[in-house]
Design a protein around this ligand. Structure first.
Ligand code: E4P
Length: 218
């Protein structure tokens, strides 16, 4: 399973890249705003900065809601850097734009997916990635991981090549369960990736090894 980090924070992206397990980055307008990145030129520059840190796909989301606007914005984003993936909302216009870009060989990520039917449409449109938001489903008492299972089954039934990008990952067990189900990619916060490192028996075992080494090498 590929690991993407879900942030526009350059320091966190650098930290995840330094860990050596990072395969890409996802951003969205809220994450860009959180970093104080506003204005077209700053936003475009920030995407290039991210691409220069990470080896892998970087999702950059369009803000237009109409088809023509999505195409214009998406083309501008795709021209920025070869690592850019055009992120499109799961709307009628977004699906049409995903088809347009996939016919042109431009990578796409269809976002804000909350049902298997939406994921089926994204695959039919030739999207590179589909982003089901598991955390936001969990937030409304709906099993987010069950949606990943449903999409996996549907895509495997027909051999769709669209990659399941489990999004809105909130914690370490989301990552582990996505890997068990067979999500192609997960995108989550640095804290969830770091959570995978932790086990008290590792800490206890390491402390013992160090103590024994020090005893024998005084
Ligand atoms: C996906 O690409 C989104 O950026 C993201 O995963 C949303 O996560 P949130 O529900 O934590 O905002």
């Amino acid at each position: 399973m590929k690991f993407f980090i879900d942030t526009a924070n350059l320091a966190q992206i650098k930290e995840a890249q330094a860990l050596g397990v990072l395969d890409g980055v996802t951003t969205n307008p809220s994450l860009m705003a959180k970093e104080g990145i506003t204005g077209k030129n700053s936003i475009l520059k920030h995407y290039v900065d991210i691409c220069n840190i990470v080896d892998g796909d970087v999702s950059a989301e369009v803000n237009a809601l109409d088809f023509a606007g999505m195409i214009k914005e998406g083309e501008e984003l795709a021209d920025l850097h070869e690592q850019i993936v055009v992120k499109l909302p799961m709307t009628k216009e977004g699906v049409m734009a995903a088809k347009y870009f996939s016919d042109k060989g431009v990578k796409t990520n269809v976002t804000l997916v909350f049902s298997a039917g939406q994921a089926l449409l994204a695959a039919k449109a030739g999207a590179t990635y589909v982003s089901p938001f598991i955390g936001r489903l969990d937030d409304v008492s709906t099993d987010g991981l069950a949606l990943i299972e449903e999409i996996r089954l549907i895509y495997d039934n027909y051999g769709y090549e669209t990659q399941i990008l489990a999004a809105s990952v909130r914690h370490t067990m989301h990552i582990v369960n996505c890997a068990k189900i067979g999500a192609d990619v997960m995108t989550g916060p640095l804290s969830a990736i770091h959570g995978l490192l932790k086990h008290p028996l590792t800490d206890i075992g390491l402390a013992q090894f160090i103590a024994d080494f020090e005893k024998g090498n005084k």
